[in-house]
Design a protein around this ligand. Structure first.
Ligand code: GAL
Length: 373
């Protein structure tokens, strides 16, 4: 009897130990392992592809495409997934922030294509605003629309507002006086992309891969692949961030830039993007500008070292300024898995600066200590 009791006690202790070890090992990440599975608080690989991050009051919120297994995962079967984190290593599942609709006539009907969601906070309306690339159900990539949804709560639920092609009837705006912009103005129309621009002029410009950037003065911009993906547009949003004002510029006309990600450092604007090869990786490209309205100058590939020509197998989605640190920016990329979409991985790498040139180098494992300040 005594023997039985101590046996039971030891059994119970081992079970507790295993349980505790299990809890701690599954829940705690101490750094970033680019390209590896990234377990959330439930030990499930994070499901937030083509994502972006909003930092609010000490917490980071990561929004991205929720994918399901197989090729069906390349369409939106569930919606936009949200996770939260205080330290960027460990993420808590906050659930689905924007759900697709079961009504097949709805713009965001289940089975549509809803990509690259980005959320920003609007101080004037006290609302969270989510923008995304939207392709209507059953129409492949033909619709080329942007969609917008809002919420009173950062993690949602978000209410879908509308989807459309922006800036119908508007000509691009260029800052006068800079030689490069004068040149661009003179060139019009001068590129294969221009005919597409004018084709879509009356009905609105195509809007696919995208990001949203909020400047220090609170103005927000939508940057998207337009004109059959030939040319990027950078367009101003209205003060409540839920529409376009009609003021926009065209960037790197005719060079097929996708996956734009913007950031600002020491008053200078930077953009990292990719070429246009579908889910397959290609070389990243970066641009800089002294004004948000350009001129935006192409600067080559920021990635260095092995596999730099293929962005280490990834494609940009966002550049995250680390809160509370100077000069600390994380390059966020997706390593797509189109045959089994849910298995897509995340490649997060620190951006280092050589003078004012951003550089991205591969690291198997790293943590925020790489940033000095
Ligand atoms: C990529 C794009 C992705 C997705 C994919 C579809 O070029 O960046 O967001 O649209 O094409 O093939």
């Amino acid at each position: 009897m005594r023997k039985d009791k101590s046996y039971m006690f030891r059994l119970l202790c081992s079970a507790c130990l295993i349980f505790t070890i299990n809890l701690t090992t599954t829940a705690q990440n101490n750094g970033f392992s680019p390209g590896a599975l990234w377990p959330d608080n439930n030990a499930v690989h994070i499901n937030a592809h083509g994502g972006g991050i909003l930092y609010q009051k000490g917490t980071y919120y990561w929004f991205g495409e929720h994918k399901i297994p197989g090729e069906a995962g390349n369409t939106a079967q569930v919606g936009v997934h949200c996770y939260s984190s205080k330290n960027l290593y460990n993420w808590k599942d906050e659930g689905i922030a924007l759900k697709v609709s079961n009504d097949t006539a709805n713009d965001i009907a289940k089975g549509c294509i809803l990509e690259r969601p980005k959320v920003v906070y609007n101080k004037l309306t006290n609302k969270y605003v989510m923008w995304f690339h939207l392709e209507l159900l059953g129409k492949g990539y033909d619709a080329a629309r942007t969609g917008v949804a809002i919420s009173n709560n950062v993690a949602g639920p978000y209410t879908f507002l509308k989807s459309y092609r922006p800036n119908a009837g508007f000509m691009p705006f260029y800052m006068p006086g800079t030689p490069e912009n004068e040149k661009i103005n003179k060139q019009h129309p001068a590129n294969k992309s221009d005919s597409i621009f004018f084709r879509d002029f009356p009905t609105g410009q195509m809007a696919r891969d995208m990001t949203i950037f909020v400047d220090d003065d609170g103005k927000a911009y939508h940057i998207f692949s337009s004109e059959e993906n030939n040319t990027l547009h950078l367009a101003e949003l209205t003060n409540d961030y839920t529409g376009h004002t009609g003021k926009f510029i065209r960037i790197y006309i005719g060079h097929s830039t996708e996956a734009p990600a913007l950031f600002k450092r020491h008053g200078k604007y930077y953009m990292i993007g990719s070429g246009c090869t579908g889910w397959a990786p290609n070389a990243a490209r970066w641009f800089s500008a002294n004004s948000i309205w350009g001129p935006w100058t192409y600067q080559g590939n920021p990635c260095k070292g092995d596999r730099a020509k293929l962005t280490f197998g990834g494609q940009s989605t966002f550049v995250l300024p680390v809160a509370g640190k100077n000069d600390a920016f994380i390059f966020m990329a997706d390593k797509w898995a189109p045959k089994d979409a849910i298995d897509g991985r995340y490649i997060w790498l620190p951006i280092t600066f050589n003078g004012d040139k951003p550089e991205i180098k591969w690291l198997n494992n790293w943590n925020l200590d790489v940033f000095q300040n």
